[in-house]
Design a protein around this ligand. Structure first.
Ligand SMILES: Nc1nc2c(ncn2[C@@H]2O[C@H](COP(=O)(O)OP(=O)(O)OP(=O)(O)O)[C@@H](O)[C@H]2O)c(=O)[nH]1
Ligand SMILES: [Mg+2]
Length: 179
């Protein structure tokens, strides 16, 4: 889809590892409610721009597919990709414990580049797939696990870099719990 040029358009960038749920989040933000749209999502190849109108504003969401083959490319042209963005959402799949370290490494690279190119944007971290009853269904994802992850995030982000962390899930369409 083409990027719409407008003064009132807000550009939002969404990044994170493959399968973390970025495209599903974009569908939620667009107000898609029918479940079949969610089950037919395919891995995003490269980046896709979604335009939509909500709450009296026009949004362009740049959804950066997270597969390894694409991640390197984004860093080569990072400044252009984030140019004009007012918000960056970084998504971590909390159900994918084996890849927490890889996701934190990707997060760290993004933050270091944001600092280097001196862009001023609102940075949000979504601890995603935080489904209702997660502790019961996924026995291994206990609150301590999340607290350790949050501590690791806090340790890798420089203290003067502002950000917010939210717990999110598409099953609570679409709930953000500020921690
Ligand atoms: N349990 C659970 N699954 C989710 C949630 N959000 C997304 N998923 C599932 O996670 C899988 C990957 O979702 P996508 O939205 O395609 O992930 P992505 O981050 O866009 O992946 P790439 O395009 O490869 O970068 C799909 O099977 C979704 O149904 C959630 O909140 N909870
Ligand atoms: Mg995707």
């Amino acid at each position: 889809m083409q990027e719409k040029e407008s003064k009132n358009t807000k550009k939002i960038v969404i990044m994170g590892l493959d399968n973390s749920g970025k495209t599903s989040i974009v569908l939620c933000l667009k107000g898609v409610k029918n479940l079949s749209s969610f089950s037919s999502i395919k891995p995003t190849r490269g980046f896709e721009i979604n335009n939509f109108h909500t709450l009296g504003s026009e949004f362009n969401i740049w959804d950066f597919g997270g597969q390894a083959q694409f991640r390197e490319d984004y860093f080569k042209n990072f400044k252009n990709h984030i140019k004009g963005a007012s918000k960056l959402i970084y998504v971590i799949d909390i159900q994918d414990r084996e890849r927490y370290d890889l996701s934190l490494e990707y997060l760290h690279r993004i933050i270091m580049l944001l600092i280097k190119v001196k862009v001023n944007l609102d940075f949000s971290l979504f601890l995603h797939k935080f489904d209702p009853d997660i502790e019961i269904i996924k026995n291994e994802i206990k609150e301590e696990v999340i607290q350790v992850l949050i501590k690791q995030i806090e340790d890798l982000i420089p203290p003067d870099f502002p950000y917010q962390i939210y717990k999110t899930s598409i099953y609570t369409v679409f709930q953000k719990m500020l921690i």
